[in-house]
Design a protein around this ligand. Sequence first.
Ligand code: GLN
Length: 544
Amino acid sequence: MRTKFIFITGGVCSSLGKGLTAATVGLLLETKGIKVAMLKLDPYLNVDPGTMNPYQHGEVYVTEDGAETDLDLGHYYRFTNSPLSKASNATSGQVYNSVIKRERRGDYLGDTVQVIPHITDEIKKRILACANQEDDIDVVLVEIGGTVGDIESLPFLEAIRQFYHDFPKACTSMHLTYVPFIKAAGEFKTKPTQHSVKDLHSLGIFPAFIITRCEQTLPKEVKDKISLFCNVAKDAVIEAVDVPHSIYELPLQLRSQGLGRRICHKLNIRDVPIELPEWEEIVERVTHPEGEITIGVVGKYVGHQDAYKSVHEALWHGAIAHRHTLKVRWLESDKLYDADGNLIEDAKGCDGYLIPGGFGERGWEGKISAATYCRTNRIPYFGICLGMHALVVEYARAVLGLADADSTEVSPGTTNPLICLLSEQEDVEDLGGTMRLGAYPCRLKDGSRAHSAYGEYLVHERHRHRYEFNGKYRKVLEDKGLTLAGTLDGAELGEIAEIDDHPWMVGVQYHPEFKSKPTAPHPLFKAFVEAAIAHKQERENAQT
Ligand code: GLN
């Protein structure tokens, strides 16, 4: 087989940044001219994360072709140029679903259907499908979710063992572990790593690289010990030390240890030195900022750090583009006001407010009051999906005087449904995978803020929603100063709403955050941050 495969597993505990590590490895290889594809295998039984509460599993990342996927695909997008599609994420639920459907059709011709070989064959098929999704893919990076030792991930690990057996020369693997520093003993401890690698060995997988997450750089003896006990070469123990300023320092850190070179050597791939000028520039900007901005993000899942992952990263990209540091104030949308109806102190004084996507009633009125606050105080407001709905409903209530204006998602019986169910959604019963999903073309209006940010008339952005702007209200709103700055290309469907008499109040029906990279900040995030910087300066000037 021409394509090579790198399997990435994690041990000791979760949240070590396996996705980021996989994405960084992808980037290092791409910089050598190697064409990379990425695959995330998730052991949970949901068919996709689309039906999961972001509190449990973080944000749902959406691809161009409308797959609702694990947030690690966001890391892959931000670091690499690998193709990302339905072929880039598979869950146990999907794997079992396909096998069971085939069983019901009678395709197994009387066989007993079992984890080995039927489930493991299906997993192997998906690994190969990822390799074959485009021509000329040199390396597929396969990240296995969860932690080695979990019952759930066993079929995936067994499939990998078999994959090695089928294609021994095409495979290598790396295991990401945690090496804690015990303060009282003044020592790093390698035992959890040893145990985790032993578990992998007992499953027939022998990682060639150990990547150690640690708070400080490891003494040579500690790395040598890991090398000896985990049966890897000394120079295959690579450290991923906590980065001081930003995760975008990781590529430089891993490059400096020669990781890309060692992988090429292991897989017998032509090696060339890695140049990362764009990433050096990003790190330079992050470490030498010229200012700082504070953005309030008003949502209902703000207690979970990964629930708005792409929004957070895209804000960072906008800030980096303007050489600013970003501070985010995470504001609970249903706790913006105290019992007396006053805006809480923490919510005041941000340089701009971003109202991200969301579902359901809780926190909805809070988002609308955030829109009132920004509109009346002329503070930059960026509404994404539900945040765009809030912008429109608030304007209709306050400026058109339609007191009961609402979204039918929240008030199904309102007489002024400014936001209502997409017509194609009316008969939908299943909740999984049935929203308006994936990329659609949007035509921008000349002279709008969106157009000046993008510098183009036709853009493609990704969607994930059931409700839409009600075109019946377009004319009255436009007459009163709310412009539809973007519509679905070739149709009337409103995709961008802007307030004319305001420095920067923009709402978009789609999710621009999914298409922002540190090396290519999304134009709307860049423009929003610019407006926030201008607002901050104005406020400071007014105070002096
Ligand atoms: N709940 C809204 C809808 O389904 C908005 C979705 C979102 O913000 N992603 O249309």
